[in-house]
Design a binder for this molecule. Structure first.
Ligand code: GAL
Length: 659
């Protein structure tokens, strides 16, 4: 039987009078929603005083949702340790990068390394799982809420700082090894006692990137183990229910692949207009923020969908928990009106909520859950929209959800033929030494993604260690850190016929963060048939010409050139300090693009794709194609109509086509 996209919402019975859940549940069912997520911040109502639990309000709310026909996703309330707990144990609090304590009064005020907080996290998880783990309305769990939100993935003092030396000792065994691995002879940074090693903050000048990399890895491992403790309890006390987590937009504060292990599926929180305000694609002026202000940029959103869809690929989750319970991924929080947290918070365009929902489906999402049911009438988020306004009347998002036809959205596979590689070690190291104020790991990676999406392709985003054997083309935009084992895997892939495309700074660094002593491309030098010659960080306004066939492209931000030893130059620089040097090179099935320029990248990629029989379709700006379950979603994200292939696409609209 075909299954279709399902809808959900996030609701807060602790914010409203006790009679509301029954009313809301009925309205939610009427609107076509199936699931409601509850209680991620409700610790102070669950346990108002140490050890004294008050469940009646939540019992009644869950029963009311059940009577109304809703299924419930419950959360562990650990993002918000209550005031009494912090008062009793202030050492739970985290530290910022200025070495200051981050105080009680908002949320996420805890250090993942705190043994006391770990104990309380297990205790409250046990309590809530014991109470509701087998409740028939409860179908699954969300751990905590948005790991690392508000820069809380890393605490730079207190419990984390205290635990860091032991983590290093377990990793390196001896201080000699640590000093060698980090290159501490540079600037006499050699340690003679583990107690001397601190978090890499408040230094006179920039920290050692190897120090930064290990601190980030250490903090990531803390989140993974913190969550693993909750998952173990939920598995034991809530059999047959799924466990997921709501990850964030372009969050860099931990290794998501590591932390996602052990979940049944991954969820993420999609706030398109806020995301665009913070993260405009590079090489583009601020105009893009204005152009897409009321919808967000399709590729920034699409990137996150594809990232989270691929996160658990190849790993066994528990799968479906029962008839009709989707196995994910979910959008756990979908913007359905204005957000409150960006520098500017425009009202979304008419049709945007539908467009976001359709896009989520086409990128592989099984459930879209709108944040939030009713706009908050108190505290930090009163300016944020919900499906209902503050006065409980339906807001515009509600009307758009009501008009959705879920039978347009059958579940099934996203038939991506291209894989794009992404990993957090490369991200951390790249951004630790960007060498350019206008470049970053995300910018470089997303530029390649945009080039692929502009060609009408569906893309799987995967970790470089994933099984890549099914793909004809694998694109690795910014794999700056590479292991010898990964180099061997790339050689095997290329030998089997897969086309590999690498961007600048590929294989520049070892897994420890130093450069390969044989220079870029380290263990991939033979495979690529070249070595780095020069790199150039281009300030705004400075460009470097690249000649490719008949075309000339103006690289911005970054350009690097190569010494050839087996590869041939497909494109060369013209003029400037890199004049005549190789800009794009190829040996066998392996291509490296050394210049940052989206059209150049798109041109090189489209030739490779066509060579292996993948058809490409050059799409107008803001028009996107996505395929799922035998259907094609055609979307126009522009605030104006677009003529394309004999069709007139209305502004901010979509059509689902067969085939
Ligand atoms: C998310 C968060 C929600 C709410 C929302 C507002 O990051 O999980 O609790 O704050 O943002 O957009």
């Amino acid at each position: 039987m075909t299954e279709y996209l399902q809808l959900a919402t996030c609701d807060y019975p602790e914010h409203v009078p006790a009679d509301r859940p029954a009313i809301y549940a009925e309205q939610q069912r009427e609107l076509g929603l199936t699931y409601v997520r509850l209680a991620e911040f409700a610790w102070s109502r669950m346990e108002p005083r140490p050890g004294e639990f008050e469940w009646a309000w939540l019992d009644e709310a869950i029963d009311a949702y059940q009577r109304g026909g809703m299924q419930v996703v419950l959360c562990t309330p650990t993002p918000t340790p209550p005031a009494w707990l912090i008062r009793a144990h202030p050492e739970i609090l985290p530290y910022d990068e200025q070495g200051r304590v981050r105080e009680f009064g908002s949320r996420r005020h805890y250090d993942f390394a705190s043994p006391i907080y770990r104990e309380h996290s297990r205790r409250i998880t046990r309590a809530i799982a014991e109470r509701y783990g087998e409740h028939p309305a409860v179908v699954g769990w969300q751990t905590d809420n948005e790991w690392a939100c508000h820069n809380t993935g890393r605490s730079y003092g207190g419990a984390s700082a205290a635990a860091f030396p032991a983590w290093l000792e377990a990793k390196y065994g001896s201080l000699e090894q640590l000093n060698t691995a980090w290159g501490n002879v540079f600037w006499s940074m050699e340690y003679t006692d583990w107690a001397q090693v601190k978090p890499p903050i408040l230094l006179v000048t920039e920290p050692n990137p190897s120090h930064v990399l290990d601190y980030y890895r250490f903090c990531s491992s803390l989140i993974a183990s913190f969550q693993a403790e909750q998952i173990a309890i939920l598995r034991e006390r809530s059999p047959g229910r799924f466990v997921t987590h709501n990850f964030m937009i372009f969050e860099s504060g931990f290794d998501h692949y590591e932390v996602a292990k052990g979940l049944d599926f991954v969820s993420w929180d999609n706030y398109p207009t806020g995301m665009l305000e913070f993260f405009a694609p590079s090489g583009q002026s601020d105009d893009i923020k204005t152009h897409f202000a009321r919808t967000g940029h399709p590729d920034l959103i699409g990137f996150n969908h594809d990232l989270y869809r691929g996160m658990l690929k190849g790993q066994e989750g528990l799968g479906r928990q029962g008839a009709g319970t989707p196995s994910g991924p979910w959008v756990m929080e979908q913007q359905c009106g204005q957000v409150n947290w960006a520098p500017f918070n425009p009202l979304p365009a008419r049709g945007a909520v539908q467009l976001w929902t359709a896009q989520a489906w086409a990128h592989g999402v099984d459930v879209v859950s709108y944040f939030r049911w009713r706009a908050a009438t108190m505290a930090q988020e009163v300016m944020h929209s919900g499906l209902l306004r503050h006065d409980e009347t339906p807001d515009r998002g509600y009307e758009e959800v009501k008009a959705l036809k879920l039978s347009d959205f059958p579940l099934g596979e996203v038939p991506a033929k291209v894989a794009l590689l992404h990993d957090y070690d490369s991200l951390w190291l790249y951004d630790a030494q960007k060498h350019s104020a206008s470049m970053s790991y995300w910018t470089q990676t997303v530029t390649y993604y945009m080039a692929l999406r502009s060609l009408g392709l569906d893309v799987d985003i995967l970790h470089p260690d994933a099984d890549l054997s099914g793909y004809k083309v694998v694109v690795a935009p910014a794999l700056t850190l590479i292991s010898a084992e990964q180099a061997r895997q790339f050689s095997a892939l290329a030998a089997s016929g897969t086309r590999l495309v690498f961007g600048p700074r590929t294989a520049f660094r070892t897994p420890g963060g130093e450069t390969w002593s044989e220079g870029q491309f380290g263990p991939m030098s033979d495979l690529i048939g070249a070595k780095l010659l020069q790199y150039d960080s281009l300030r705004p306004g400075l460009t470097q010409s690249v000649k490719y066939g008949e075309g000339t492209f103006a690289a911005t931000d970054w350009a690097e050139s190569y010494r050839l030893s087996g590869a041939r130059a497909l494109a060369s620089y013209a003029g400037g300090p890199l004049d005549t040097q190789a800009a794009v090179i190829r040996k066998g099935h392996v291509t490296v693009i050394g210049a940052h320029q989206q059209e150049l990248i798109g041109t090189v990629l489209s030739e490779i794709l066509m060579n292996v029989g993948i058809s490409v379709e050059t799409l107008p700006d803001g028009v996107r194609l996505s395929r799922r379950a035998g259907k094609t979603l055609l979307q126009n994200w522009n605030p104006h109509p677009v003529k394309w292939q004999g069709r007139l696409l209305a502004p901010v609209s979509f059509t689902v086509l067969d085939a």
